[in-house]
Design a protein around this ligand. Structure first.
Ligand SMILES: [Zn+2]
Ligand SMILES: [Zn+2]
Length: 166
């Protein structure tokens, strides 16, 4: 087996090359002092990053799905149900009693309370999902170093998409 005794970085003539142990497969190259990436040559390091990112993407997608399920707490469901109930009560009032002054006031009151209930429920839901994602990412970073950074990057991109679509 012939080893390529120079650094694979483009145009690098760096001295004192050390053998690269390879990532996932055997690497017969050497890396120089400048292009030493965690004791891997830049090619192997690149493959390692790609592989980590693919794993992180999988982890992130799983978390994302799980966060929606966990965010739907009893409190969120209860608030949403109460909100819907108040809204339907509002329409029952206006349709069964017509437009008398006191009924209008009751209708508006129920409407506002119903919408508020739904809004608070939705807000709680989003906060729950976000907290779950955040806490899980911190935890996962212990076993998958760098995952938290990946999560922050993805979250920023999601924030950009959701804010530009408004
Ligand atoms: Zn080099
Ligand atoms: Zn290598």
């Amino acid at each position: 087996m012939s080893a390529i005794v120079n650094c694979p970085a483009f145009g690098c003539v760096g001295g004192a090359p050390a053998p690269c142990p390879g990532f996932a497969k055997k690497c017969n190259r050497f890396y120089c002092e400048t292009h030493n990436r965690d004791k891997l040559c830049i090619d192997c390091k690149g493959r390692k990053i790609e592989s980590l990112k693919a794993g992180y993407k999988q982890l992130f997608d799983n978390l994302w799905k799980k966060s929606h399920r966990t965010a739907l707490t009893a409190a969120v469901i209860l608030l949403a149900s109460v909100g819907l109930l108040l809204l339907s009560a509002a329409f029952v009032v206006i349709f069964s009693h017509g437009g008398g002054n006191s009924h209008i006031r009751l209708f508006v009151g129920l409407l506002v309370a119903g919408v508020a209930g739904l809004a608070v429920s939705l807000f709680r839901y989003i906060v729950n999902a976000r907290n779950f994602m955040y806490e899980s990412s911190v935890e996962l970073d212990l076993t998958n170093p760098g995952f938290f950074n990946y999560y922050v990057e993805r979250r920023e991109r999601i924030d950009q998409i959701t804010s530009s679509s408004n």
